[in-house]
Write a protein that binds this ligand. Structure first.
Ligand code: ATP
Length: 481
């Protein structure tokens, strides 16, 4: 079946304890979401799968967990203070605020060249405001997306020495630790550093559920290579990342690679390819179905140079008086010194969770003609791996046996026990939350020491001896350490 729209997922996510609107008892907080008992498991499983694939299953990647609040100089020399902004325009009639570039995307093509040459109010003269329909726009102005904060209790609010930012990406924490990781772990280029953590952006137009929020989590890896070997490594990471998503169940039909055209590239990027997911299948135009799930950028040597003590810029001027280190690398084998190029696969945890939920959603009609939702999540991602259900909840021997089986399974896989309804209802609940297997204990189990194992996707049932159950489930789940 075709992918559901985001609204269907919002409702399922709330109903089943995946994602709740944040601060709901106080009227909510725009575009902030809390992850409920199943949501936190799903996020953790996505992060665990990424870390295992990225760090444990390779020989050339180390992990890192850097601070969220870094020295302000990091953001000065990375370029974020100056350029990490979105262009804003206001409607003078209704005071609504929009991202200028997004508004242009909504309208008949305005070439990138024209955008830079003309004032927004001219380009947009005939654009109706999406809110009030009138056309009376302000000029656009840059709005920096970094959240500001003050360090220390004594600082005055406008004290520039106390100014700090919540990080808008995890990448910079990796660049500033490049030498420390390389030296302590005795690494030779090429190698990479991976990090998972929260990032913050004061987005102008957050929305679409967990697709775009102001607080979110990223999974980023910076892969350092010798200049000249960057293009091959970049292509390899594009292919690796695409395959990672399909290996965890995303359908190829809902994924595509998007080559950023030159005019879209960030100032530091030589080439960037995004992986798009079909997040908006309900939109009329096929081109608008797609949006970014992750990006894989070739960032050149921009970052390590930018954070290095007094490197030279293209005009030969010294550009960083604040850093105390030169982050260049000496290649012992070749006896050459260079600033490594960086290939960056950067993914969002939350956007990945949304894509996994959308792709896993399916509906199926049972023999009574009732439609059931089944969340066909990959077993590695499923929040609960097995639910143990007693067929008769008023029979102490059956209940006792079911609880005992659950306790025996819980050290090796996430297991739950549930007796809060009839068996049909219990199965339906587990299908809807993506639990791959249900184990049912019935009267017969007391005599033959066997239980029924039901498969979420096929609804097929088989009888398995309790003594073999753990091994049976582990094999079918391919639970990995
Ligand atoms: P977009 O163009 O959608 O704003 P971006 O190109 O600015 O994204 P990157 O800086 O490349 O995003 O960040 C890497 C990944 O982090 C994105 O592909 C996305 O999955 C995630 N991400 C970025 N911004 C947000 C956000 N506001 N909310 C949720 N996830 C985000």
């Amino acid at each position: 079946m075709s992918a559901p729209n985001i609204e269907t997922i919002v409702s399922l996510a709330k109903r089943r304890g995946f994602v709740f609107p944040s601060s709901e008892i106080y009227g909510g907080l725009g575009s902030a979401w809390d992850y409920g008992p199943l949501g936190v498991e799903l996020c953790n499983n996505v992060k665990r799968a990424w870390w295992r694939w990225m760090v444990y299953e390779r020989d050339d990647i180390e992990g890192l967990d850097s601070s969220i609040i870094l020295n302000r100089s990091v953001w000065k020399h990375s370029g974020h203070e100056e350029t990490f902004s979105d262009p804003l325009v206001d409607c003078r009639e209704c005071n609504s605020r929009f991202r200028y570039d997004k508004l242009l995307d909504e309208h008949p093509p305005v070439s990138a060249a024209l955008r830079t040459l003309m004032q927004p109010s001219d380009v947009m003269r005939d654009f109706p405001c999406p809110n009030c329909g009138k056309s009376n726009w302000t000029e656009s102005r840059p709005f920096n997306l970094m959240f500001r904060t003050q360090l220390g209790a004594a600082a005055a609010e406008d004290d520039p020495n106390a100014l700090a930012y919540l990080r808008p990406e995890t990448a910079q924490g990796i660049f500033i630790n490049f030498h420390l990781v390389q030296q302590t772990m005795r690494r030779k280029v090429p190698f990479g550093i991976a990090q998972i953590g929260k990032s913050f952006r004061n987005e102008v137009t957050p929305g679409n559920f967990i697709f775009r929020t102001r607080e979110f989590e990223q999974m980023e890896m910076e892969y350092f290579v010798r200049p000249g070997e960057d293009e091959t490594a970049h292509q390899e990471w594009i292919d690796n990342c695409f395959n990672w998503y399909t290996s965890l169940g995303l359908s190829r039909d809902n994924l595509r690679l998007y080559e950023q055209p030159k005019e879209e590239l960030a100032h530091y990027a030589k080439r960037t390819v995004d992986i798009h997911y079909r997040f908006f299948p309900e939109r009329a135009e096929e081109e608008k179905h797609w949006d970014e799930l992750m990006g894989i950028a070739n960032r050149t040597d921009f970052d390590l140079r930018a954070h290095s003590k007094n490197p030279l810029d293209a005009e030969g001027k010294r550009v960083n008086p604040d850093s105390t280190e030169d982050l260049s690398y000496f290649d012992e084998a070749r006896k050459e010194r260079y600033y490594p190029y960086v290939i960056e696969p950067a993914a969002g945890v939350n956007r990945s969770v949304l894509a996994f939920l959308m792709d896993a959603y399916s509906e199926r009609t049972n023999d009574k003609g009732e439609t059931r939702v089944i969340l066909q999540l990959h077993p590695d991602l499923a929040p609960i791996k097995v639910a143990v259900l007693p067929l008769a909840r008023n029979k102490p021997e059956i209940v006792g046996m079911a609880k005992g089986i659950k306790r025996a399974l819980q050290p090796v896989m996430r297991a739950v026990y549930d007796d809060t309804g009839g068996i049909g209802k219990l199965y339906a609940r587990q299908d809807e939350t993506g639990t791959p297997f249900c184990v049912t204990v019935d009267h017969q189990s007391l005599e033959d020491e066997a239980v029924t194992v039901r498969d979420r996707d096929t609804w097929e049932q088989e009888r398995v001896k309790v003594a073999d159950l753990q091994q049976h489930l582990r094999q079918r789940l391919e639970v990995r350490g």
